[in-house]
Design a protein around this ligand. Sequence first.
Ligand code: COA
Length: 261
Amino acid sequence: MSDSFRTDRRPDGVVRMTLNRPDVHNAFDDGLIAELIEGLVRIGKDEGVRAVVLTGAGKSFSAGADLNWMRRMAGYSDEENLADARGLARLMQTLNELPKPTVARVNGAALGGGTGLVACCDIAIASDKATFGTTEARLGIIPAVIGPYVVAAIGPRQARRLMLTGERISAIEAAHIGLVHEVVPAEGLDAAIDAVLENLLKCGPHAISAAKGLVRDLTGRPITAEIVDDTAQRIASLRATAEAREGIAAFLEKRRPAWLA
Ligand code: COA
């Protein structure tokens, strides 16, 4: 494995994934994409992992797709191009659907696919130095594979503006449109991330995963009788689990649940 991303694991099960190509502002090429997918799939299956923090080494979070790789791909056949693009689409989907809580620690520029990665995370905390944008149209391409996640995060109205102008926005503006949850001074970024992690670690690991699935399954769906019944079935089956029994008992007995002990 190359060193284009690093994984650090804390004893409490928090894994930090750091994109590590600072010389190109953590732009990702086919090699890094394949490694990230592999790393995420592994983390997704690891019962001991409680949360994932995604960040970038150096000045930027990620400058998106590596434009040298994009240029190289233009000379390949249609089939090769499609197979390659599917890799990037799979990275976004894998991150979006990871059965663990994901936190984007946006330390600097998050452009193109970098904005896509932020949109795929459950929670995004940005340094006030961070910038965002779907700059693809300025390069004659479109933010296609990140599109579903960016639109889900900020809605079609804001997405139209960002995607059609390719403009770069500040962290404050990103917070206004719902792309990030919080903006903090650069020196306070780790404290803000720790505060989020503390809350995540208070929750039952399976409950978090189920809550994430709930939001995903409810998004964009009308509230039909079928949906109402589906929600009843979810809570009915969850409250019988060992985790729920433990969480409820711990509250009533005024003690910490086992996952916090
Ligand atoms: N792919 C490949 N290389 C990239 C890159 C990318 N997406 N983004 C930056 N780089 C490279 C630059 O080409 C430059 O290489 P060089 O040192 O060989 O000249 C190096 O990273 C430093 O970039 P530079 O622009 O000089 O740094 P900066 O601090 O002034 O600006 C950014 C940093 C990230 C704001 C700026 O590089 C940028 O806007 N990048 C393009 C982002 C983008 O539009 N991504 C969407 C891709 S679909």
